[in-house]
Design a protein. Structure first.
Length: 432
């Protein structure tokens, strides 16, 4: 059945890191729609991924997964990585086993792409398929998709100190940021992964309201403002200024007081023209502060940030990549253009709907949330075990960088496209 095949196709990419950790010998692609005689197996869909494995570059990640993520701390609790995969499979299977989508014709599970039901009654799996068809298979969102790989590689190289930065200088490692991410996943009194999921669910709901759409419109407009683009350079905005601005706004947002936000904004060290151009967005944020279902998890998430990242190393990283180094993949104009392109072709709001739905599904499974946090905490940990020469982050992140550099992200997207729409499905913009 089409919907079951779609769920199977999605799981192929979700399990890539497990293959990387445990080997992927003799892996064969599932049957696809179309002429399956042209499908030659997993090695044809993801050759670079398999080459990285065969070259032995994933051994450190393999050892980490086998010794820590595939081992349970208690007999009655499954290994953490098993639980993460379980919730993925369970979520997709739940969608696939729902009744036929309203408007589906004959034996079809989904309604025709030309006549989908409202999002409120759409089947989540059908909506994923429609979004992938539009944005990936037809290539209408391919510019945004192609930003994922270079952005991820730049961040990983920043963390590990690999290669040259965007100005051609040797990078130095910043594992302190990895350690901060591990703290974000600590599941303690200050940081809970459920807060982030609750914020995602509430934000995706808010974006589809009139006020939410206006906020997105105002944010898009900023990229065309000369005052804003002129500000985004080290001469106009220093790292110290950026951290000061971030601290002031975080305190104001945590207080959930519109007047405090307005006062904090007025006191920021910004040129008058910039402040004038930012007025619509500040007004939008004042409205956001009046949304308790959104603000409660946001405030808790910000408390986690300020408690565990007291130096705001995450903010400093974004400043250095986007402004000090002027990395093109983090350029405001390029990012805005790509996201605006997606908005123009996805006027139905499928992507926002899918993100919110998946976050809600994961949020409903407490054991899976704790396991996901455990995986995150383990992989990004900068603590060294007694007698160990390297931390988990030093073992795992360079491997992630090798996989991304080899093109595994785009290969994975291409694999989904191929498995979903057929090996002989015509032009596939996601495949390079």
């Amino acid at each position: 059945m089409n919907h079951l095949r779609f769920a199977l196709a999605l799981t192929v990419v979700f399990t890539v890191l497990v293959f990387a950790a445990c080997g992927a010998e003799n892996a064969v692609a599932p049957a696809a729609e179309g002429d399956i005689r042209e499908c030659r197996g997993f090695e044809k869909l993801m050759p670079n991924f398999l080459k990285v494995i065969s070259d032995g570059k994933t051994e450190n990640l393999k050892r980490l997964v086998e010794t820590q993520l595939l081992v349970s701390e208690r007999e009655d609790v499954p290994p953490p990585i098993n639980e993460v995969l379980r919730v993925i499979f369970k979520t997709l299977n739940t969608f696939a086993l729902k009744p036929k989508e309203p408007g589906a014709i004959g034996t079809e599970f989904c309604a025709p792409t030309s006549a989908p039901p409202p999002l409120t009654s759409a089947n989540e799996l059908c909506e994923m398929r429609r979004a992938l068809d539009l944005l990936v298979h037809q290539g209408k969102g391919i510019d945004a998709i192609k930003l994922i790989e270079p952005q991820l590689l730049t961040i990983v190289n920043y963390l590990t100190g690999t290669g040259l930065d965007c100005k051609g200088r040797p990078r130095i490692p910043h594992y302190e940021v990895a350690g901060t991410v591990a703290e974000f996943c600590s599941q303690n009194g200050n940081c809970q992964l459920t807060d982030g999921l609750d914020a995602v669910v509430a934000f995706t709901a808010y974006v589809n309201t009139a006020d939410g759409k206006l906020l997105v419109e105002h944010l898009n407009a900023l990229a065309a403002k000369p005052s804003i683009t002129g500000l985004l350079n080290p001469q106009a905005l220093t790292e110290s200024d950026t951290v000061t601005i971030a601290r002031s706004l975080i305190v104001a947002v945590q207080g959930a007081d519109p007047m405090a936000l307005r006062n904090a904004f007025n006191a920021l060290p910004l040129p008058d023209e910039v402040k004038m151009d930012l007025q619509p967005v500040v007004g939008d944020l004042e409205k956001v502060l009046g949304q308790p279902q959104l603000m409660m998890p946001v405030r808790r998430s910000l408390n986690c940030l300020t408690t565990q990242d007291q130096s705001l190393d995450t903010v400093r990283m974004l400043y250095r990549l986007a402004i000090e180094e002027q990395c093109s993949e983090f350029g405001l104009t390029r990012l805005t253009a790509a996201l605006k392109g997606v908005q123009e072709v996805d006027q139905r709001g499928s992507l926002i709907f899918i993100v919110g739905t998946l976050a809600k599904s994961v949020r409903s499974d407490e054991l899976a949330v704790d396991s996901a946090a455990n995986v995150c905490r383990t992989v990004f940990s900068t603590a060294k075990a007694p007698g160990a020469a390297q931390s988990n982050a030093q073992l795992a992140l360079p491997v992630v960088g090798e996989l991304v550099k080899a093109g595994v992200v785009n290969e994975g997207i291409c694999a989904i496209d191929t498995l979903l729409f057929g090996c002989a499905g015509g032009v596939q913009p996601a495949c390079r």
